[in-house]
Design a protein around this ligand. Structure first.
Ligand code: FAD
Length: 487
């Protein structure tokens, strides 16, 4: 069946965009490889940054630009902050139960992070919007893996191929999230395998700034999945201690525990090397406050044998957020006709070299809606003639090992070159969903490594120990000739 708009992904971006499309009278199909309540959105803790008053618009813009280390597109940042508050109103009208008190987070000069359900803000958004999507009867396809983009013979993206069959539409919006699973330890869920980025790249779209990967500073390591301890904990006063149980952040940044994420993450990494361990200490905040303000984190760590209200928690940096992605304009338009992208999958110019905490959930709202508006002006129905090729790699672990060693929190030409030599090559053949996901990760891991090698400087989410200072302000662009096969 033909739709006006296909939306791939049901995180905050896809759910909210689908509701907007429906309100505009478009016929929309929302596709998720997992259930609707999924993606990083479901796991987000801290909340959503919105300016708290008209006077807070300029400070929010300046904080975002500062975190982005010279690589943000200022007009995109301005538009984002100016439009964000209208979406807060909309979320409230859908029933997201934001609490009255706003939190301070790293890099913010003012407490402007709105949260819900204590420290389960993303879950509150995901569950609430999913219910509204269901109530409004929006057509959904859950558990369907998008494996190819369909193109017409003019090169326009005209649909997707899922494990359930082909779907054609007037436009396609990718809202499929980031690629945290490229790394051996990440806070991002299983779904975060960079599928949308790899699909767009194979279809010939331009990717941007892929080497910028955000490490969250305070993650409790429990196997491959890092258990995040939200930045809001430091916003509420939690302190970092080294292996000698001494505070150290004053040696790294005047903002101390609330310095931007890249600074805190590298400081923790350095103190781990010097003193063996780093801890996050919440004890002085009081047992009752900790349990009431951070209920999910309290329970999750309790199940791992750590009582965060009574003992310092060992923490390490882990991969958290995909800063680069599919190049888009401020209307979510990619470099391919018919293809739009918004949310973590996209490189819209908002984050520059480093994302400001809690700007990414609102990013999905602002740019998801803008993409729907632009797509509506550009619906064209053409016949699919080809699809992007299927590519597989035997195991995700083989990619994770190489990337973890080659493009981690500290990089050098030597580690990156070795990784480029040992990265598995995706093979052009069909396979299981896990093998296709690994193929997607391998296809774009190459861009992370090449970007990291060519960027002989350090900036935001890219740190080269052999070039520790910032140098030229420039973006990295990646494009290959389309990898297509006839239908
Ligand atoms: C633990 C954690 C905590 C965070 N905390 C915060 C926070 O407090 N504030 C903040 O602003 N940001 C936070 N972030 C970042 C933020 O959650 C994400 O950037 C944001 O949720 C991304 O939303 P999205 O809609 O773009 O993608 P996601 O929420 O990741 O959704 C992606 C969707 O795409 C679907 N999908 C992917 N590939 C395919 C495919 N091939 N076929 C079909 N469907 C597919 C998935 O099933 C999923 O539904 C956090 C991230 C993590 C991991």
């Amino acid at each position: 069946m033909q739709h006006d708009l296909l939306i791939v992904g049901s995180g905050i971006t896809g759910l909210y965009a689908a509701l907007h499309a429906k309100a505009l009278g478009l016929s929309v199909l929302l596709i998720s490889k997992a259930k609707l309540e999924s993606g990083s959105t479901f796991w987000a803790q801290g909340g959503l940054a919105f300016p708290t008053s008209p006077e807070d618009i300029e400070p929010h813009i300046q904080d975002t630009l500062k975190a982005g280390r010279g690589l943000c597109d200022e007009s995109t940042v301005r538009l984002f902050v100016e439009e964000a508050s209208q979406h807060l109103e909309k979320l409230l009208s859908y029933g997201v139960p934001f609490e009255d008190h706003q939190t301070l987070e790293g890099g913010h000069s003012h407490p402007r992070v709105f949260h819900a359900w204590g420290d389960a803000s993303g879950r509150a958004v995901s569950v609430t919007l999913t219910q509204v999507v269901r109530d409004q009867g929006i057509e959904v396809l859950e558990g369907a893996f998008v494996q190819s983009l369909l193109l017409s013979d003019t090169g326009r993206v005209v649909g997707v191929q899922t494990t359930e069959g082909n779907h054609v539409a007037g436009a396609v919006l990718l809202a499929s999230g980031g690629f945290g699973q490229m790394y051996p330890v990440t806070t991002a869920p299983e779904e975060a395998t960079g599928d949308g980025i790899a699909l767009a790249y194979r279809a010939g779209a331009v990717l941007r700034d892929m080497e910028f990967v955000q490490f969250h500073p305070t993650v409790f390591l429990a196997g491959n999945r890092g258990l995040l301890i939200t930045e809001a904990a430091r916003g509420e006063g939690a302190l970092l201690l080294n292996g000698q149980m001494e505070r150290f952040m004053h040696q790294y940044d005047p903002l101390q525990e609330l310095a931007p994420r890249d600074v805190v993450a590298r400081a923790i990494d350095a103190e781990e090397t010097k003193t063996g361990r780093v801890y996050l200490d919440l004890r002085h905040l009081g047992e009752a406050f900790v349990q009431q303000r951070f209920p999910s984190i309290y329970e999750r760590l309790k199940s791992q044998g750590v009582d965060i209200s009574r003992e310092p928690v060992p923490v390490s940096p882990a991969v958290h957020y995909t800063i680069g992605g599919i190049l888009t304009d401020t209307n979510g338009k990619t470099t391919l006709e018919g293809l739009y992208a918004a949310g973590e999958v996209a490189s819209s110019g908002l984050h520059g070299a480093n994302r400001l905490a809690s700007n990414s959930l609102p990013e999905g709202l602002v740019f998801g809606v803008r993409a729907v508006e632009a797509a509506r002006q550009d619906l064209k129905f053409e016949i699919p003639a080809s699809r992007t090729v299927l590519e597989t790699v035997g195991s995700k672990a083989s990619v994770q090992q190489v990337i973890g060693a080659g493009a981690g929190i500290n990089r050098t030409a030597e580690t990156i070159r070795l990784a480029l030599q040992t990265l598995p090559h995706p093979e052009p053949r069909a396979g299981s969903i896990e093998e296709l996901e690994a193929g997607n990760l391998a296809r774009i891991a190459d861009t992370v490594l090449r970007g990291a090698l060519e960027r002989e400087e350090s900036r935001g989410g890219h740190f080269r120990t052999d070039y520790p200072e910032p140098d030229e302000v420039r973006h990295s662009l990646f494009q290959i000739p389309p990898l297509l096969e006839p239908l």
